[in-house]
Design a protein around this ligand. Structure first.
Ligand code: PAF
Length: 288
């Protein structure tokens, strides 16, 4: 597999895309610390496009906690290996000055009601900062002709919904392609933050998936969900602090009313969960 070309400036990125003149371009924005979960995004982009471009940029604007930003894992050499194995053509790895060349954005996208819920409530400013960079990156990788697709993991369900909404509301000429969550054999959703957990914490982190499975199984049997049982699992697990465990409308993210009632589950929903394990924030979700 050929080594991906690493570029660091907007001008080089534009020139490389222009030169390749692809009939289709698949773009995967990332913050690095790449793992096999990212690999599934790259592979899908590879299967569907002539040129595959990824970005690696740890976007300070989307970290509401400076300590979280500081300790976010960074390892370009290892990232290149993951990208190479999946057949990525170009890696755009700019520094902050290159991305925020005009200074921190003064003009901001408003993520609205949907951006204020869940992750937005627990991490104020996170989604504004995320959209600030995604909107820029989607412009920078735009081939200007041919098919343009961008790939995002379903693990970040709320992020994905906001990006889809931005693309629809602002008519971005890109197709957003969601990619299913990649999990370890025991169900832990792959995340760059898993690298910050020790063995005991990795064990504790499995509670997110166990709780999801418990509720998803009840939903499949059209039983009452009794979310309190799932919440109880978190209380029994060492080093874990639950932020939210909710069942929401998959289109609006509004919490579903039956959620707190003793009524059988019908229709469709989306389980959303966030918890910290040893101080590391993890999220997961599953449609039901
Ligand atoms: O999901 C991520 O890794 C980031 O939020 C993204 C989309 C690359 C924007 O920085």
């Amino acid at each position: 597999m050929k080594t991906p070309k690493i570029i660091t400036t907007r001008a080089e990125l534009r020139a490389a895309i222009h030169e390749a003149n692809p009939a289709s371009l698949g773009f995967v924005p990332t913050m690095g610390a790449l793992h096999s979960g990212h690999g599934t995004l790259f592979t899908q982009a590879r299967e569907e496009n002539e040129l595959v471009v990824i970005s690696i940029f740890v976007n300070e604007l989307q970290f509401n906690d400076p300590e979280d930003y500081r300790r976010y894992p960074r390892n370009l050499e290892a990232d290149v290996a993951v990208a190479q194995a999946a057949g990525v053509d170009l890696i755009f790895a700019p520094d902050a000055e290159e991305i925020y060349h005009a200074g921190k954005p003064m003009i901001r996208l408003d993520t609205g009601v949907m951006g204020a819920l869940y992750e937005g409530e627990s991490r104020p400013g996170h989604f504004d900062g995320m959209l600030a960079v995604v909107s820029k990156l989607l412009h920078l990788a735009d081939p200007g002709r041919g098919k343009y697709r961008a790939y995002f993991g379903q693990k970040d369900a709320q992020q994905l919904m906001l990006i889809k909404r931005m693309v629809a509301d602002l008519d971005y000429p890109v197709e957003i392609r969601p990619v299913p969550i990649a999990r370890t054999e025991r169900g832990l959703a792959l995340s760059s933050r898993n690298a910050l957990l020790n063995q005991q914490q990795l064990e504790s982190a499995l509670v997110l998936y166990r709780a999801i499975e418990l509720i998803a199984a009840r939903a499949a049997r059209h039983e009452p969900l009794h979310l309190e049982d799932a919440i109880g699992l978190f209380q029994m697990t060492p080093e874990v602090e639950l932020d939210y465990f909710v069942v929401v409308d998959p289109n609006t993210l509004q919490e579903l009313a039956f959620n707190c009632q003793d009524t059988p589950f019908v229709g469709e929903g989306l389980i959303l969960v966030a918890a910290t394990v040893g101080g590391v924030r993890l999220i997961d979700n599953q449609p039901i």
